[in-house]
Design a protein around this ligand. Structure first.
Ligand code: NDP
Ligand code: 8X3
Length: 259
């Protein structure tokens, strides 16, 4: 098992859900954390929680960053100090869905937001960080994909397309890094209860709650556990793709609701 002690881990979308759960599990393993998101005060709250739980020796660097802004990503990465710039693990987690409209009735702004965040943002982080990994002969990129990248569901159209793109990008990156020790993993969850559905439905909490009604979804910690498992395997081993779903979910459209 690879030790994460003192490894530098950058997590995008750390202000909530799966990203925040990843921050917890990596902090518990002694990693140094670069936590990125747009909501800086949420990152500060998380950092306080982590220090309370894991102690003052925990090293954390916060980045207020919109992954859609290529020049902001470039300057955030290029301006990291020597203490922080040698990133060992990149968790490309920032992402969102917007709406569940039929494609022919879809909202252009929703489409742009999903494509710019889930695809282009992930590409920007990867493009600015992976060259350093190749140079240092070490590194691991974990992309948070989705079951939506494997199966399209009604109204999922553009969100599913972005996650199918993430899957293709992970596969392509692995191919392009062949011959280097840098590893690439796509962790693809089914339903996880986070702020995801609140964001999808633009803050309509009642509608968001119904998504998980009568079934037991995954928790963000379940996903973080899988990410942790993947990055701590021996260096000879690359877990390329993991699809994890709740026991109550058989496919993107087939779930077991008890009510
Ligand atoms: P949350 O809404 O709880 O978290 C999403 C995170 O992404 C937030 O921290 C948010 O931070 C960040 N984010 C969104 N847009 C941007 C941006 N432009 N720049 C920087 N950060 C951004 O949802 P989840 O934890 O569920 O989602 C995490 C990932 O998991 C996403 O990629 C999602 O697609 C994927 N996923 C989720 C599933 C689920 O059922 N929940 C299932 C499968 C995959 P902030 O707003 O502060 O910027
Ligand atoms: C999130 C899971 O099925 O709601 O990627 O799209 S799903």
């Amino acid at each position: 098992m690879v030790s994460l002690q003192n490894q530098i881990v950058l997590i995008t979308g750390a202000s909530s859900g799966i990203g925040a759960a990843c921050a917890h599990i990596f902090a518990g393993a002694g990693a140094k954390l670069i936590l990125a998101a747009r909501r800086y005060e949420r990152l500060q709250q998380l950092a306080d929680e982590l220090i309370t739980s894991y102690g003052n020796s925990l090293e954390i660097h916060l980045l207020q960053l919109d992954v859609r802004d290529r020049s902001a990503v470039e300057s955030a990465i290029s301006q990291l100090s020597s203490q922080w710039c040698n990133i060992d693990i990149l968790v490309n987690n920032a992402g969102l869905s917007r709406g569940l409209d039929k494609l022919h009735e879809g909202d252009f702004q929703d489409w742009e937001e999903m494509i710019d965040t889930n695809v282009k943002g992930l590409l920007y982080l990867t493009r600015y960080i992976v060259p350093g990994m190749v140079k240092r002969d070490r590194g691991h990129v974990v992309n948070i994909g989705s079951i939506a990248g494997h199966q399209t569901y009604p109204g999922g159209n553009v969100y599913c397309a972005t996650k199918a793109a993430v899957r293709a990008i992970s596969e392509g990156l692995k191919q392009d890094l062949l011959g280097t020790p840098v590893r690439v993993t796509s962790v693809d969850p089914g339903m996880v209860e986070t702020e995801f559905s609140d964001v999808r439905f633009h803050g309509d909490r009642e509608r968001a709650k119904k998504v998980y009604q009568g079934l037991t979804p995954l928790t963000p910690e379940d996903v973080a556990d899988v990410v942790f498992f993947c990055v701590t395997r021996p260096n000879r081993m690359n877990i390329s793709e993991v699809l994890l779903v709740p026991t109550d979910q058989a496919s993107a459209t087939l779930v077991n609701r008890r009510t």
